[in-house]
Write a protein that binds this ligand. Sequence first.
Ligand code: F3S
Length: 399
Amino acid sequence: MYLTYEEQSLLAGESGPSAQKAMRILETLGRIYGAAHMIPVNSVQISGVSYDNLGEAGLAWLTEMADGGGKAQVLTTLNPAGMDINNYQSLGIPEDFAANQRRVLDAFEAMGVVTTCSCTPYLFGNLPVYGEHIAWAESSAVCYANSVIGARTNREGGPSALAAALTGRTPAYGYHLNENRRPTLSIDVKSEPQNNPDFGALGKVIGDRIQSQKGYRVPWINGIETASLENLKSLCASIATYGGVALFHLPGITPEAELYEPPSESIAIYRTDLDQAIQSLNNADSEEVDFVSLGCPHLSLREIQRIAVLLEGKQVTKEFWITTSRLVKGIADRMGYSAIIEAAGAKFATDTCCVVAPIKGRFRAMATDSAKACYYASAKNGFQTRLMRFDDVVREAIK
Ligand code: F3S
């Protein structure tokens, strides 16, 4: 792989041990994937932030990188942590966990990483432009950046994203290259999805069916005329979770679709397929639900505004987490939406989410509008799930 003089100097340790380690990671990845050279990146999103996932080994590595003088060279934001940084007690997060999570955030801050703690960086300032090369981790955000924005990123892991941040580079392979962005399978959607659970179900059905495709899986999804930002983030989260998809094209909606002809191999998806997928994620009765969560991926301002409308003057009867970024919450505070929501007894779980917070086994069944959240609620936390429309999730909380 060709390395510039500057890249060779990073590799030789001339900018310190952390930059050297970072360059070694990128060079190794580049060699494994056959990259011809590195590409500069201007935007990084790092995952692997919750102490629940990192543990002491992960924290030790981050501390070593911070102590070795690692500094982010480009705008670098952070995925959700395992707790609301200011309000963790009301979410039942233990003090020892909070202290360890704080050490993780301190290490990132020492490296100049902006501790946004959100999986929707594109909603508040880390917004790449069409065609821009970036290095993002967090599968839902990667899929959104590639598909909806038309930026170019591989599905980075925490270490490779941090390495890109500390060097401002990533190896040129995968979704950075034109040839891997071509659609590989046509999907004919015969019944247009109407809401977040439908889009999540569509992601699950496509994801389940595309699993067997080798190499880069890039569905060309035909038959959808309209999709909101919120619908698209639901689809991205689900299709990435169930199918490992990092890029899709939606003709008429996503910007690169017009560059390609639809692939000849195609599969059809009918309303019954979506209904079956939703049904498969509904394995709890309403009476069993003792936890309600909205915000996977993190909520937009429009969604928080809607929750405020639905909760005004009401009282919740179950633990209800509203997960979003601190930046979006700040605007909700200023507009009075947060006061309405909190007066109803719902809790903002800012900086975190129902998947990365340490709540395994704490609840029996969770209601949500997110197919991705259902997957992890069951697989990681051992909850049963109900996948419902957004408004119905709020109604479930006040039932
Ligand atoms: Fe975001 Fe947590 Fe869902 S990181 S996409 S809210 S699992």
